[in-house]
Design a protein around this ligand. Structure first.
Ligand code: HEC
Ligand code: HEC
Length: 254
């Protein structure tokens, strides 16, 4: 009895106060078929490796009016970018707002390289974000919400809000129905790990924003534009829901 109580208490306190959503959080890869899981597990089979390689080359290429490379300031990405993606979205002082990894990279492209922002879902931006995200492989999601409280609340509100012609909220699928099959797909907990990811359906790597837009489309709701505050706020809410879950980006999904 005493032992059962101790175990129960240990479990209770091992769940941090901020934990929301299913406990323990489970990565979306667990809900994918065996062939997709095998593709993600093997860099030679994972098509996203092409984007990572391209990102590694871009990292060293000078760009913009300043003609400087990312490496000129940040050095070896394997060291300087280790754990960075796991902390995003985050409040960025120089932007005065919460940004996701793609927006943080673009802030450097614009402010530090003095080059035009890389367009959303462009090969250059996806390659750089895949390369940066890879440096956090196996590291647990660890976002801060104290410096981004209003965006966090915004993301949480949207997560529970019914949307579109199907009148469904994120929570209806990703909390109430995970593990079930909808539209021939096994629904996961909607965790944001492993992104950017190669989707077989897209035949390409895409950002988490693109994935979220696909969920809006799925319920026949108007999709927020790329970079919209609502999408970044949702990413932050999802990341907080996933605290402690390891990301294996860039991943593979159906
Ligand atoms: C009608 C059900 C449905 C609704 C509502 C829905 N999604 Fe999804 N979502 C899916 C399906 C199906 C997938 C692909 C399979 C999977 O990974 O769950 C998916 C995938 C995802 C993923 C990628 C998970 C991974 O590991 O690749 C995230 C993140 C996500 N959804 C977040 C959201 C958010 C945020 C909302 C609300 C704006 C939302 N979804 C609304 C069905 C839904
Ligand atoms: C002229 C120098 C310079 C260049 C060139 C530059 N950056 Fe940065 N970058 C910075 C500074 C300064 C910061 C902010 C310092 C910090 O927050 O650690 C930063 C921050 C970042 C961050 C967030 C780090 C964190 O810990 O939150 C990322 C990601 C990043 N840069 C990626 C890139 C990429 C990708 C490129 C090339 C496309 C690039 N940077 C080019 C100077 C530069």
């Amino acid at each position: 009895m005493a032992r059962a109580l101790r175990v129960a208490l240990a479990l209770l306190f091992s769940i941090p106060a901020w934990a929301e959503g299913p406990q323990p959080p489970r990565s979306g890869i667990e809900f994918q078929s065996a062939d997709v899981r095998a593709m993600q597990a093997d860099d030679f089979a994972n098509p996203a490796t092409l984007w990572v390689d391209r990102g590694a080359a871009l990292w060293k290429s000078p760009r913009g009016e300043r003609n400087v490379s990312c490496a000129a300031c940040h050095g070896d990405a394997e060291k300087s970018m280790k754990g960075v993606a796991a902390r995003y979205p985050a409040y960025v002082e120089s932007l005065g707002r919460v940004a996701d990894v793609e927006q943080r990279i673009n802030a450097c492209v614009v402010d530090n390289q003095k080059a035009p922002a890389l367009p959303w879902e462009s090969q250059d931006l996806l390659s750089l974000s895949a390369y940066v995200a890879k440096q956090s492989r196996g590291m647990p999601v660890a976002v801060r919400i104290d410096t981004a409280a209003s965006d966090f609340e915004r993301g949480r509100r949207i997560y529970f809000e019914r949307q579109g012609q199907l009148n469904l909220a994120c929570t209806h699928c990703h909390d109430a129905s995970w593990g079930r099959t909808i539209y021939a797909e096994r629904v996961s907990q909607g965790q944001p790990v492993d992104w950017p990811a190669y989707r077989l359906e897209w035949q390409a790597v895409g950002s988490l924003e693109r994935r979220l837009r696909a969920c809006y489309f799925g319920v026949r709701a108007e999709m927020p534009p790329f970079g919209a505050r609502d999408l970044v706020a949702l990413e932050l809410y999802l990341a907080n829901r996933a605290q402690g879950l390891a990301s294996m980006a860039p991943g593979v999904r159906r």
